[in-house]
Structure formats: C-alpha cells, structure tokens
Design a protein around this ligand. Structure first.
Ligand code: SF4
Length: 406
C-alpha cells in the first residue's frame, strides 16, 4: 500500500441559512486505507453524515459549500473536481449506501432493471449482459432465487432484502470505497447482523475500503478497524477500535460508551443536547455537558488533538488524565511523546499553534492531554471537594443532572 485511499484534511462544510452560517463540519481530518473500515460515530447532528456526503459533494450546493480543507482520493483532489468528473466517480469508484432503502429504490421499476441501469451508466455493456450481472450481484448479496427475484418490484421485498438490493447496486460499479450511512438503522437486529456480516464478506472479496457512519457503538464494535468520534462538527477522538473501547480518552467517548448495555448504568444517558450549530460555545464544544470541565475549557478554541497516553505505559493512577470508563478521576496528565510541538513559543498558551499533525494514532481533543498541562490545580474532584468554588462545580452539577454522563 502506498498511502491512504482517502485523506480528509481540515474539512469545513457550511450551510448558509436565514439563521446564520451552520458550520456542520468544522475542521475534520481522518484517512482510510484500502480494505479498511473506518467508522464515523456521534449523536445525530454531530456532522458525520455531512462529512460523508461532502466527499462526493452530495450536499446541496447552495445553500451548502465546502468552505475549506482537502479531500484526496487515490491521489485526486476531489474538492476541485468538476461536477461531471464527480458524477463519474459516484457509483463507480465511490459508492453510497443510505439508511432507508425505500428512498433509494424507485418503486415503479423492477429491482433488476435498476441494478442493470447502474451497471450500464458506468460500463459499456448491453442490456442482456447487464441483466446477467444484476442476477449475479443479487446472488452475491444473498438474495435467494436471484434469477426470479430480479423481476420483483421493491414493494415485493422485505426491508432487509431491499437493503441487500441497494448494496448490490452500490457494488455494481466495483467501488474502491463504500460509504455506508446508517445502513442498518432501519432494520431489526437479526437482519442488521446479516447485513453487517454481508458487508464484511464483500469487503474482503472486493478489497473495498468502507466509511461506516453510525450512532451505534455496538455496530462500531462489530465492523470498525478505526473510529472517528465526532461532536458538533469537530473530531473529539480518533483511535483504532481496540484502543477506543479499552481506553476511551475523551469524556464524550466515555459518555457514549457508558450508554452501552453492559458497560454503564442501564439508565445512563448523556444529558443536555448538542450546541447551536450557528453559535457553538467558545472553548471545548462539549464543555456544557462535560462533568470534567474546568474554567479553561470554556474559552478559546477547541483543544487540538493530542496523543492519549497508553495506560499500560504509565504509572498507576497517572495514565488517563480525563478519567476512564472505569470511573477513575482525572489524574496528572502525562507529557505525551507525540508529533506535536507546543514549545516553540509562537503563541504562548494558545491552542491554535498546535494543529493536527497526523491523522493516525490515538488522539483526543481534550484539555487534559495538552502537553505539560498542570492538572493538579484543576482536578475536578478537588474542585467538588471545595464545595464547587470554581466553574468546575457548576459543570459537575450539570454532570449530575445527566445521571453521570461519563
Ligand atoms: S475536560 Fe474540558 S476539554 Fe476535556 S472534554 Fe471536558 S470540557 Fe472538553
């Protein structure tokens, strides 16, 4: 492999509305290698779908616009690509599967015809050859009696069958990258498991990369190689799936994981709601809901992504500054040996001097990971013991309202 298949760097996607500019995606970076599955995860409204749709400019332009950043696919810069070239790319090298197959399929055409038309848009083949390929694709995605079901109308199929047809259409162009946006959300759990298995099998067969968009960490555990956690248009944490579940570094990730059955209190929920997309709060965008917030979290910019220390590599009690899924309080942060240089004095104390230098490794956007940050003066448990004499006390109360979000 010569490099990532897809590299998204500092992507900014905005929508111009009567209420103001919605910065739906505000500086997002990640990459995907060939044959790899990367999950974008977060609550509804976190910007993950807009991120995925920005890749092939499926967002409505206007009111939307790609306001900045770079999207490189196999060496091609997609943000500069003319619409005609993008149209060729969609459905061939990059294919999308959406949540509701009913909305993707045309109800008045037989499914075989819809798949065959997709094939003929991208390949110079005759009707009969395209129909044969459609039957073959239906067979590959597990439709029984594919030679007969190819003449079904969508309404003659179950929800799971329809989603298999949509996946067959997506595979018709033999894509290098499949973007699957909540493809199993509308399905019951049994069918969901079948579709996830199917995608896994097809990925191995076609050597496809998959960008999987979901709010469901249970699905993430099933399919992901690496995970990008988004909140309010920003990346809060990036990690491989094992690190994310074993050592969640960001309080938002910890809160999401605590909502999973078997990991947290069964009644756990993340209290509060996403901030206004037109007027997000200063500082860390998660601070109004974060039980670990300190005064410094509430001003300036979003903390940059810093390496999350490996708890196996540090002394007991010092490995996980922002608290862990195991419920430990923040300890003293470890000066991480990462690719960041926060010591050049270019902007003393500012966040902006330290931008994302890499898209790999386990990183989180939390103040507790800033190099050299002296957490001993801002430990939230100390502040609470002081009777909430700092802003942290107020944040802690918000956390309590949330039922202990993390
Ligand atoms: S501790 Fe501060 S920077 Fe970290 S997630 Fe909470 S509010 Fe954000």
């Amino acid at each position: 492999m010569t490099g990532p298949l897809l590299e998204v760097t500092d992507l900014r996607t905005q929508f111009h509305t009567d209420e103001g500019v919605v910065r739906a995606v505000d500086g997002v970076s990640f990459d995907i290698g060939r044959g790899e599955t990367v999950c974008l995860v977060g609550e509804s409204g976190s910007g993950k779908s807009v991120t995925s749709e920005s890749i092939t400019k499926l967002i409505p332009i206007p009111p939307g616009e790609i306001a900045g950043g770079s999207i490189r696919f196999d060496g091609m810069e997609l943000t500069d690509l003319p619409e005609s070239d993008l149209r060729d790319l969609r459905g061939s090298r990059i294919a999308h599967v959406f949540q509701n197959p009913q909305e993707t399929l045309n109800p008045v055409y037989r499914v075989g015809r819809q798949i065959a038309e997709t094939i003929r848009i991208h390949e110079d083949v005759g009707k009969e050859a395209a129909r044969k390929r459609a039957v073959d694709l239906l067979d590959r995605v597990g439709i029984p009696d594919a030679a007969e079901r190819v003449d079904d109308y969508p309404h003659e199929m179950s929800g799971g069958m329809k989603q298999r047809v949509v996946i067959a259409m997506a595979l018709a162009g033999r894509p290098d990258l499949l973007i699957a946006d909540e493809p199993t959300t509308a399905l019951d759990v049994t069918i969901q498991a079948q579709i996830l298995r199917l995608l896994n099998d097809l990925q191995a067969e076609f050597d496809m990369a998959i960008l999987f968009v979901t709010h469901d960490l249970g699905v993430v555990a099933e399919v992901a190689d690496r995970v990008v956690v988004m909140y309010a248009g920003r990346v809060m944490e990036r990690a491989d799936v094992y690190d994310l579940f074993e050592n969640p570094g960001h309080p938002y990730t910890q809160a999401l994981l605590a909502c999973l059955p078997g990991r947290g209190d069964a009644t756990t929920a993340i209290g509060g709601s996403l901030p206004s997309p037109t007027n997000p709060p200063d500082g860390c965008r998660f601070h109004p809901r974060c039980p670990h917030a300190i005064p410094d979290c509430k001003s300036g910019d979003q903390p940059p992504l810093h390496p999350v220390p490996d708890p196996d590599a540090v002394a007991t009690g010092a490995g996980n500054p922002a608290g862990t899924g195991a419920g430990g309080p923040p300890g003293e942060p470890v000066r991480a040996a990462g690719p960041y240089d926060d010591t050049d004095g270019a902007e003393e104390g500012g966040w902006d001097e330290v931008r994302e230098a890499t898209v790999s490794g386990h990183v989180a956007s939390c103040i507790y990971y800033r190099q050299g940050y002296d957490a001993t003066t801002v430990r939230h448990d100390d502040a609470a013991a002081d009777g909430g004499s700092t802003d942290q006390g107020a944040s802690g109360a918000a956390g309590d309202e949330e039922g202990g979000g993390s």
